[in-house]
Design a protein around this ligand. Structure first.
Ligand code: NI
Length: 163
């Protein structure tokens, strides 16, 4: 299972709400956790493996979190600037401004209501993965000039890898 990368249209689509949590959905979640571990990611959203559904997984503080149909319910006004990267834009990172604290609510694999909240890395990861479900990438947070130079850098890295 390959990670979809920048330029793939699935990353730009607003992902669909999961209607029923069945074995197919549980299988997708399992696969997402496996891919996240394999790629050493902090988080992974379903569109990143080509599945346009509202699911993300996180691996923060030695704990796995699976969120189905997540909704952001709280974002702090206080923000912080930190370097951020994405498995779908490998080889580049950029300083992105995010709320220091985030709260998200959704469903777990059993269809039970779950709430995930935190500061620092977990808050950043929640915001980053929610962006994926809405067709946004961390690059979109940057100024046009900075984004264009980062995309050039990304394409250069990619070219070099193929040579
Ligand atoms: Ni990402």
């Amino acid at each position: 299972m390959d990670i979809r990368t920048f330029g793939d249209s699935v990353l730009r689509r607003k992902a669909e709400t999961v209607a029923v949590i069945d074995d197919d959905i549980r299988g997708i979640c399992q696969l997402m956790v496996e891919v996240m571990i394999r790629e050493n990611g902090v988080g992974l959203a379903a569109p990143q493996i080509g599945i346009s559904k509202r699911i993300f997984v996180l691996d923060v503080d030695d704990e796995f979190h699976i969120l189905i149909n997540p909704e952001l319910v709280e974002l702090s006004e206080e923000v912080v600037e930190t370097k951020e990267g994405c498995l779908s834009v490998p080889g580049v990172d950029a300083v992105v401004t995010r709320s220091t604290r985030a709260v998200v609510e959704g469903l777990n694999l059993n269809g039970e209501h779950v709430r995930l909240e935190g500061e620092g890395l977990i808050a950043r990861a929640i915001q980053h993965e929610m962006d994926h479900l809405n067709g946004n990438l961390f690059l979109d947070q940057l100024s046009t000039a900075r984004r264009q130079s980062l995309i050039k850098e990304y394409q250069r890295v990619k070219r070099e890898e193929q040579e």
